[in-house]
Design a protein around this ligand. Structure first.
Ligand SMILES: [Zn+2]
Ligand SMILES: [Zn+2]
Length: 157
């Protein structure tokens, strides 16, 4: 698998072709998101469909690694570095810059915890992305939050 292109950027495999994604009428891409200390979590080294991904650190029982999430609404995609994540596992999620745990917003119905990524540097829970820390519940929560935000009269970003 080819991981680096000529510029030294990482290229991750993604089953969706860019042309396909651009056909989507109301494409929503998360362009900015921050930890509670204001560190930018969007990282151009993880590219999904031509858009920079959301980079997070995950830890569990002495293991840690990096997870990149697709920033594109409705297109669930995830790439892990240094670790393998199995469906159903619960991981602690940290900011890759300050290494602090991302704030927990609520409990998830699956038994995991819903943590928040903020859409601005104000640590405002009304403008955030909520994700479950259980693997594969994870993506479902992203979509749900986006839909709720979207249907209430406009995406929050
Ligand atoms: Zn941080
Ligand atoms: Zn969950």
């Amino acid at each position: 698998m080819k991981r680096f292109d000529k510029k030294g950027m990482m290229l991750f495999p993604n089953p969706i072709k860019k042309t396909e994604i651009c056909k989507h009428k109301e494409l929503l891409v998360i362009e900015k998101c921050f930890c509670h200390n204001g560190h930018n979590l969007i990282n151009e080294h993880a590219v999904f469909n031509g858009f920079s991904g959301i980079m997070l650190k995950v830890c569990r029982g002495g293991q840690s690694g990096t997870v990149a999430l697709s920033p594109v609404y409705g297109y669930k995609s995830r790439v892990t570095l240094d670790i393998s994540l199995k469906s159903g596992e619960i991981w602690d999620v940290c900011c890759p810059v300050c290494d602090e745990h991302l704030p927990v917003y609520s409990e998830c119905t699956c038994g995991g915890k819903i943590f928040a990524l903020f859409l601005n540097k104000k640590t405002d829970f009304s403008k955030c992305i909520l994700l479950c820390n259980r693997i594969d519940c994870f993506n479902a929560e992203i979509k749900l939050e986006h839909e709720m935000a979207y249907y209430s009269g406009g995406y929050m970003i």
